[in-house]
Ligand binder design. Structure first.
Ligand SMILES: [Zn+2]
Length: 275
């Protein structure tokens, strides 16, 4: 599943290529992906609208139109591309939505698993209607403040792995980066959040910022089927210290990395380094 760095990379690509283009025609081939809106309203609200900006918040892509915001969540396998009508850089059987643009190009959404969603809301109500107002801060630019995370941790009964995956606490971290952050912070993912010291909470903030920013700079992690939008391959997979390294030697201590399910997700741990 794309996490914050991959979605930021897609947003940057789309923003560079879509600003000031007008959506002439909207076609949806999988009605259920249109979330919390009627399909005919969705089509009416998107057609003849100029795209002003594309950005992201956590794993949410946001297309800013004149008076509305269109929100796309890629879930497991969603992908956007911009090509001519005939060209499909992904499997054309997975094409779920397309927008004909004013310059003759097509903005296309593909989704093999069909879990991705799209919705559209007025600018003054989109945060509430999409429930994006429930999301926590993105761990970038020295956010969140220590006091924020400490207050959340004190109230939490979760394991630390589940805690940093909870989008209402920190927004944008998925399984890959959760594994990497806890390895760098030398924290065992199965500890209870309440047991974290102030120093450990600060390390979580430090490494979530460093790792996500470095992954953004490298255009994300390319495993499974993620591509950055123009088919470019992100390079952060070459920087992974623990994720997908089951039975390999830890780069720090040489012990074998183990894999187990924690908080329902495949979790890679060096038991010697992560206490
Ligand atoms: Zn180790």
């Amino acid at each position: 599943m794309p996490e914050l760095p991959e979605v930021r990379t897609v947003a940057n690509f789309l923003n560079k290529n879509l600003v000031n283009k007008i959506i002439l025609k909207t076609e949806c081939f999988f009605e259920k992906m249109v979330w919390r809106n009627e399909l005919k309203d969705f089509i009416k609200k998107t057609e003849n609208q100029k795209i002003l900006k594309v950005s992201n918040y956590g794993k949410y892509l946001m297309f800013e139109l004149a008076s509305q915001i269109m929100i796309s969540h890629l879930r497991m396998e969603g992908k956007w591309s911009i090509t001519s009508k005939e060209v499909n850089i992904y499997n054309k059987n997975h094409l779920r939505l397309q927008f004909e643009l004013s310059d003759g190009e097509y903005l296309k959404y593909y989704d093999s698993r069909k879990f991705g969603t799209i919705e559209i809301w007025n600018k003054d109500e989109y945060l509430e209607k999409s429930k994006m107002d429930k999301l926590g801060p993105e761990p970038l630019n020295n956010q969140p403040p220590f006091e924020y995370l400490k207050a959340k941790a004190e109230k939490s009964n979760m394991l630390i792995k589940a805690f940093i995956l909870d989008q209402s606490i920190l927004c944008g971290i998925g399984n890959i980066y959760a594994n990497e952050i806890l390895f760098s912070a030398k924290i065992n993912p199965e500890r209870s959040t309440k047991s974290l010291t102030d120093k450990e909470l600060k390390l979580i903030i430090k490494y979530s910022n460093e790792i996500l920013q470095k992954a953004i700079d490298m255009k994300g992690t390319s495993i499974h089927s993620y591509k950055s939008g123009d088919g470019e391959i992100g390079q952060f997979q070459n920087e992974l210290n623990v994720h997908l390294r089951k039975d390999d030697e830890c780069f720090i201590c040489g012990s074998k990395i183990i894999k187990k399910q924690v908080a329902g997700r495949g979790t890679y741990i060096c038991l010697k380094c992560q206490k």
